[in-house]
Design a binder for this molecule. Structure first.
Ligand SMILES: *Cc1c(COP(=O)(O)O)cnc(C)c1O
Length: 403
């Protein structure tokens, strides 16, 4: 056969790999339309009831149904990506009391792109130089409080900057120099730092240094979405795939107009920049927008009460077993969700690892491990009919283990 004929014959065959593997010409893709297939089952991937929370390793949160619809509906047309970012960004900004906003590939990406924007401004040459700051004329240092130096600050150092950690106002004044690019703040760690939001902003203003706050997981309350803009932070970073229940791979960078314009120069569709690998397409941008709208319009008092009621069901069931204690843990700033700790008297109940027992049970249930072999349970990722299942499975295992 001539080469052209061989190629023609090959393209007429179903996927070549499928023949070798199964000896059948029917590829799995031809067996049934995707919508009729249970892909988790097909791949042997465990699904579970999530009484743990929105963790990246547990595939985040489940999208708002409206957001998933928006993804499906916008997947079938073309448009210019820049126009989507412009127009959806403008709408998001107005909801957030910000001058401007962009959708990013998660809060980590918001931190990184925001940092890049602060460093480069709209200078294309500088954009292409990040993270090689030396000799570029860009500033090279970011100041933050020691207690705010969690692992996520890696997003900033990806841009080539050095982190300068300080504790007191005096330290801060000493650390500021012509190299200082930005002053960075993490909301959930604020109680551990000596300098609070307002003072941080006053000091930054005094020295004319841009500020950024990471509040990735600090919803609810929804007011946090605009609180930090109202306070005066120049850039605010939040996750779209946590309590907001947008696509797991989205986040929002919002703030000063010129900084968002600069950050976008390091993001797709543009290439030759540090953010090219953090693409968010139109579907995800629309999906996030719909989730944000939904989140803002939700009656949060009512939702909170629902979360507490669900926890009460689980709490009551667990505590009905002799020797079991079930109590709400104090609310932190991050992941501010009603969380139930369930512990038991080891002399009455012989149960080593309840979290593993629940994971390996049927249906599989994920809970968090708590102190001393106890478990922590949340209710915000549960579907309505799962609350009772979680409650009765926990009771069942504790009851069975009574000595
Ligand atoms: C989750 C989180 C991030 C990262 O957010 P993604 O949306 O997963 O990229 C950053 N900072 C803090 C404090 C977080 O909790």
């Amino acid at each position: 056969m001539k080469r052209r004929e061989i190629l023609k014959t090959l393209t007429m065959l179903p996927l070549a790999g499928a023949i070798g593997n199964s000896g059948s010409l029917v590829t799995p893709a031809q067996a049934a339309p995707a919508s009729k297939r249970d892909l988790f089952k097909e791949f042997g991937i465990r699904t579970f009831i999530n009484a743990s929370g929105y963790f990246t390793s547990l595939s985040g949160s489940l999208m708002q149904p409206d957001a998933a619809d928006a993804i499906r509906e916008t997947a079938t047309s073309f448009c210019r990506l820049e126009e989507v970012q412009d127009k959806v960004g403008e709408r998001i900004a107005s909801l957030l009391h910000a001058e401007s906003a962009m959708v990013t590939a998660g809060a980590f990406s918001a931190l990184m792109l925001g940092m890049a924007g602060v460093l480069s401004g709209t200078d294309q040459k500088k954009v292409s130089q990040i993270p090689r700051l030396e000799g570029s004329g860009m500033k090279t240092e970011v100041i933050l409080q020691k207690a705010h130096n969690d692992g996520y600050a890696h997003a900033l150092t990806n841009c080539g900057v050095k982190l300068i950690t300080i504790e007191t106002v005096e330290d801060l004044e000493k650390a500021i120099s012509e190299k200082t690019a930005m002053m960075y703040f993490i909301n959930y760690q604020s109680s551990l730092g000596k300098i609070q939001h307002k003072e941080w902003l006053e000091l930054a203003r005094k020295h004319r240094i841009p500020t950024m706050i990471d509040m990735a997981a600090d919803l609810p309350p929804k007011e946090n979405l605009w609180k930090f803009h109202d306070m005066g932070f120049d850039l605010v970073c939040v996750s779209g795939g946590k309590f907001m229940r947008g696509p797991q791979s989205t986040g929002i960078l919002s703030g000063k107009k010129e900084l968002i314009a600069a950050a976008r120069m390091s993001a797709p569709p543009r290439g030759s920049n540090i953010g090219r690998g953090m693409k968010v397409n139109k579907e995800e941008i629309f999906g996030l927008y719909i989730a944000l709208e939904h989140f803002i319009n939700t009656d949060q008092e009512k939702e909170w009460k629902m979360l507490e009621d669900r926890i009460a069901v689980i709490s009551k069931e667990a505590a009905s077993v002799p020797g079991v204690k079930a109590e709400l843990i104090p609310l932190p700033l991050i992941n501010r969700i009603p969380t139930l700790n369930i512990s038991w008297d080891k002399s009455k109940i012989k149960l080593e690892n309840l979290a593993a027992v629940l994971r390996n049970g049927n249906p599989s249930i994920e809970v968090m491990g708590g102190p001393g072999g106890s478990i922590n349970v949340t209710s915000h990722m549960l579907k309505k009919d799962e609350v009772k299942i979680v409650a009765s499975r926990i009771r069942e295992e504790l009851f069975k283990s009574l000595i």
